[in-house]
Design a protein around this ligand. Structure first.
Ligand SMILES: Cc1cc2nc3c(=O)[nH]c(=O)nc-3n(C[C@H](O)[C@H](O)[C@H](O)COP(=O)(O)OP(=O)(O)OC[C@H]3O[C@@H](n4cnc5c(N)ncnc54)[C@H](O)[C@@H]3O)c2cc1C
Length: 302
């Protein structure tokens, strides 16, 4: 027999947790399925979340799960959604169990998509060793800890010059590495130079470091440019293949298109957090979007 829920929330990051907490408090019988691979797991400290500034991301998720599990309307399970399809007015969700949890096939009136994003980095072997400690992707989240340091900004996307302008708030020793790409135009380079920001166009071979963190950026010709911290501009890829049969509207980057309350193009399918256009934001923003999603479900089903 297939278990039936009012709502299945996919993903237990802050978006899914914010949605689920408010859904169970609205007395919706809610299943949360989570693949347990949060994007921010690389870091030890999360910043900017009121009352929890500096908390470990895993602790924040654990607290969120525990709060939800106190409600009899809630069930939280490790599982990865592999397929969602329509079934009459509702949905069938298929999930493979992760970490010893069983596979599941459940039905629900509503599906809440909160499964975040995947990041793709420049192909530099050393990135993983420093990502989350002295190499970061979220400037507002992590620049404060590196204020005043020699900082690298590495990326190949067209918003690189904008990101450089943001970063210059925290340091006056910033070098932008385009890794051989044309990400920064000559005009932008001139404007960055006015702020004392240098653009390095040679391809990057790797990042170097020691036990204390990043020490530099190694260029293709073996010149080492000393840096104590770095910011990467990853490419973001939503992993939403499991929703293919619903034919949801997405933007040019594949991010879900939803209204401000999380309603997607398909009735009964809602979405919140990083997998929704315009893409990655912050923990508190994702949690807030989850709460808005829950309020929309409540209103739509009243
Ligand atoms: C290294 C790093 C550091 C960061 N530091 C900060 C910070 O200090 N402060 C801050 O505010 N923000 C920070 N962020 C940003 C923040 O982590 C994200 O904006 C936030 O986690 C987005 O929440 P979310 O719920 O949308 O997605 P996530 O938190 O990514 O959660 C998505 C969840 O869905 C699960 N999932 C994926 N696919 C499926 C599926 N098919 N079925 C079921 N579950 C699935 C994933 O395993 C994951 O658990 C950081 C990000 C990174 C990468």
């Amino acid at each position: 027999m297939t278990d039936r829920y009012d709502v299945v929330v996919l993903g237990a990051g802050p978006a899914g947790l914010g949605a689920a907490l408010n859904l169970v408090r609205a007395r919706f019988r809610t299943l949360v399925l989570d693949a347990n691979r949060p994007r921010n797991a690389a870091t030890l400290h999360s910043h900017g979340y009121p009352t929890r500034d500096g908390i470990s991301p895993l602790e924040l998720r654990k607290l969120g799960r525990e709060e939800i599990e106190r409600y009899p309307e809630a069930e939280v399970q490790n599982g990865k959604a592999t397929r969602v399809r329509r079934d009459g007015d509702g949905f069938v969700v298929e999930a493979s169990g992760v970490r010893g949890a069983p596979d599941r096939v459940v039905t629900a009136d509503v599906v809440a998509v909160c499964t975040g994003l995947l990041e793709e980095f420049p192909q530099l072997p050393g990135i993983r060793a420093f990502y989350g400690t002295s190499l970061h992707s979220c400037i507002l989240c992590d620049a404060y800890e590196h204020a005043g340091q020699p900082i690298a900004l590495i990326g190949e996307t067209v918003d690189l010059a904008d990101e450089a302008r943001l970063l210059s708030r925290w340091t006056d020793d910033l070098i932008v590495f385009t890794n051989g790409s044309a990400a920064v135009t000559r005009d932008e380079e001139a404007r960055l130079a006015e702020r004392g920001i240098r653009v390095e166009r040679r391809p990057v071979r790797d990042v170097t470091g020691d036990r204390d963190g990043l020490t530099g950026v190694l260029l293709v010709d073996d010149e080492l440019v000393p840096r104590r911290a770095g910011f990467l501009r990853p490419a973001y890829r939503p992993a939403l293949d499991y929703l293919a049969e619903l034919e949801l509207a997405v933007d040019a980057d594949g991010l879900l298109v939803a209204d401000a309350d999380g309603r997607t193009s398909a009735p009964g399918v809602y979405a919140a957090g990083d997998s929704v256009a315009p893409g990655p934001q912050q923990l508190i923003v994702a949690a807030g979007a989850g709460a808005r999603l829950a309020a929309a479900v409540l209103r739509d089903r009243a």
